[in-house]
Design a protein around this ligand. Structure first.
Ligand SMILES: [Fe+2]
Ligand SMILES: [Fe+2]
Length: 168
């Protein structure tokens, strides 16, 4: 969704980055079905994918979720969007452990490469996270951003203060 507020734009840009990463990940998962377990030698596409995924998860599950939960959701709840806020918070809670497990397999793969067992686990958590995040982003790109835009369209000071508190 096109955002006109600074805060909405920051959130949307993060979502765009995450969607691009998920698309890239899905492409690699499809390739793996055809070509089997990827090798993670230096400068291989699989190595850069795993490293980029790990970095994206640091950002998404850390500052991005935290910003939404600490800065944005309470303001929206005050304005009556309790159900939406509860739903998105529950989804964050469900995704954090899946993302952390996936990151453990990213770290293991980057140090030791994949074997059948670790790649199977990586696939399992990657598919689980892709499914959950895609669903989550669909709601945030519509209902959440619309609520943020409505809240901040006529409140530029609050918009600036919120956006300033969002690192990155
Ligand atoms: Fe979120
Ligand atoms: Fe988000």
């Amino acid at each position: 969704m096109h955002a006109t507020t600074e805060t909405g734009r920051r959130i949307h840009e993060d979502h765009d980055r995450t969607i691009a990463m998920l698309n890239r990940l899905e492409e690699h998962l499809r390739d793996a079905e055809t070509f089997g377990i990827p090798t993670l030698g230096p400068d291989t596409p699989a190595r850069s994918l795993v490293a980029d995924l790990d970095a994206l998860l640091d950002r998404e599950l850390g500052p991005h979720f935290d910003f939404e939960e600490r800065a944005v959701f309470p303001l929206l709840a005050e304005r009556g969007a309790h159900e939406l806020v509860q739903h998105l918070t529950d989804e964050h809670e469900a995704m954090r452990p899946v993302g952390r497990r996936l990151q453990r397999y990213c770290a293991l793969a980057l140090s030791e490469g994949f074997d059948e067992e670790s790649f199977g686990a990586f696939l399992h958590f990657a598919e689980d996270l892709v499914e959950r995040l895609e669903r989550h982003l669909q709601v945030e790109e519509t209902a959440l951003l619309m609520a943020v835009e409505t809240m901040l369209a006529d409140a530029p000071d609050l918009d600036r203060a919120l956006a300033a508190g969002y690192g990155g």
